[in-house]
Design a protein around this ligand. Structure first.
Ligand code: XMP
Length: 316
C-alpha cells in the first residue's frame, strides 16, 4: 500500500506541476485523505476550503480546524455561512427541498471562496470507486463532478477547474488504510458517514438554530456514551434526530411539555440494507437519562428499531 501511495503522490506532482489546487474539506474520511495526499504532493500550492453551514455537529468545525493545524502544512479557509444557510432554509419543511437549498447554497458559498484563490487551476475531490459506480460511471472515465453531485447536487458549469481525484480507484476501507498510512488520526479515519445536508435532515420539519442547538447537545451526549462504551467501531452509524413532537414530562418537580429525541444506531455492510444495533439496555438507559436531564427542551427519548428496508437510515 505504501508503494501505491508513493506512486499516487508522484502522479499528483506530475499532474499539478506548479499550479494551485483547491479542495473542499468536509471533515469526513474521503476529503481528509485527499487533502493529506495532495498536501504531501504539492504542499502550499493547496488551499482547503471548509464551509461551516451551521448544520454541523457540536464542536465539529473546531475539530476540523484543530486536526488540520496538526496534520497539514497548507492553507485552510473556514467560511462561516451559518446565517446564510439558516436564512435560505427558513420556513422550508420538505426534505428534498431542504437538500436542494443546501446543495445550491453550498455551491454558491464554495464557488465564491474558490474564486478568491488566485490562479487556482485544479479542484481536488474525494471521489471514491463506489461514488462512481453509484453514478453509473467507470473508474477510468473522467467523472465530471460526481462527489459534489453525490453530496450537494452538482457544481455550476462555469466553475472551471481541472479535477484531481486520486481516490477514484479505491473502496472505503482502502481509503481508511491510506489515511492511517498518511498519519491521519483514528478519529478521522474511522469516522461514521455524515450526510452532505448535515443535521438539516435530522431536524425534522423546519430547521431553526434553536432546534439545531438542542439536537447538537443530544447528539454529543449520544456519541460520547457510545464511544465510552466501546460501541463506536462496532456500529456503522449513530446519531440523534430531533422530532418536532411535544410530549409531557416532569423535570425538577415541574410539568414540562417538550420535544422528543430519537436515537438511531445501525449496523450494515453496504448501507443499502441495515439493521438496528442491539445496544445493551444499560447503555440505552444512560443515554436517555443523560439526554433528558442535561438537554433543555427534551422530555423524552425513543430508540429507533426500524430495519432498512423499508425504513431509510436517515429520517428525512
Ligand atoms: P438512507 O437514509 O438513504 O442513507 O438509508 C444511506 C446512507 O446515505 C447517507 N445519506 C446521505 N448522504 N447526502 C449525503 O451525502 C444525502 O442527502 C444523504 N441522505 C442519506 C446516510 O447518512 C447513510 O449513510
Amino acid at each position: 500500500m505504501e508503494h501505491l501511495i508513493e506512486t499516487s503522490i508522484v502522479q499528483l506532482r506530475e499532474q499539478i506541476g506548479k499550479e494551485r489546487v483547491i479542495c473542499g474539506l468536509s471533515g469526513g474520511v474521503d476529503s481528509s485523505v485527499v487533502a493529506a495526499l495532495v498536501s504531501k504532493a504539492v504542499g502550499e500550492q493547496l488551499t482547503c476550503i471548509y464551509v461551516n453551514s451551521g448544520l454541523m455537529r457540536k464542536g465539529e468545525t473546531e475539530a476540523v480546524q484543530d486536526i488540520f493545524a496538526k496534520h497539514f502544512k497548507t492553507n485552510l479557509v473556514v467560511v462561516d455561512a451559518e446565517a446564510r444557510f439558516l436564512k435560505e432554509l427558513a420556513g422550508v419543511t420538505d426534505p428534498q427541498q431542504k437538500r436542494k437549498i443546501i446543495g445550491k447554497t453550498f455551491i454558491d458559498v464554495f464557488s465564491e471562496e474558490a474564486g478568491k484563490v488566485d490562479g487556482a487551476k485544479f479542484l481536488a475531490q474525494g471521489t471514491i470507486y463506489p461514488d462512481i459506480v453509484e453514478s453509473g460511471g467507470t473508474a477510468d472515465k473522467p467523472s465530471a463532478t460526481i462527489k459534489f453531485h453525490h453530496n450537494v447536487g452538482g457544481l455550476p458549469e462555469d466553475l472551471e477547474f481541472d479535477l484531481v481525484e486520486p481516490l477514484r480507484h479505491l473502496y472505503k476501507e482502502d481509503v481508511r488504510q491510506w489515511g492511517r498510512a498518511l498519519g491521519l488520526p483514528e478519529e478521522i479515519v474511522s469516522r461514521h458517514p455524515f450526510p452532505g445536508p448535515g443535521l438539516a435532515v435530522r431536524c425534522l420539519g423546519e430547521v431553526t438554530k434553536k432546534k439545531l442547538d438542542i439536537l447538537r447537545e443530544a447528539d454529543a451526549i449520544l456519541l460520547q456514551e457510545i464511544r465510552n462504551a466501546g460501541f463506536y467501531n462496532q456500529t456503522s452509524q449513530v446519531f440523534a434526530v430531533f422530532l418536532p413532537v411535544q410530549s409531557v414530562g416532569v423535570k425538577n418537580g415541574e410539568r414540562i411539555y417538550d420535544n422528543v429525541i430519537a436515537v438511531r444506531c445501525i449496523s450494515t455492510k453496504d448501507f443499502m440494507t441495515a439493521s438496528w444495533t442491539r445496544l445493551p439496555y444499560e447503555l440505552l438507559e444512560t443515554i436517555s437519562t443523560r439526554i433528558i436531564q442535561e438537554v433543555e427542551g427534551i422530555s423524552r427519548v425513543v430508540y429507533d428499531v426500524s430495519p432498512k428496508p423499508p425504513a431509510t437510515i436517515e429520517w428525512e
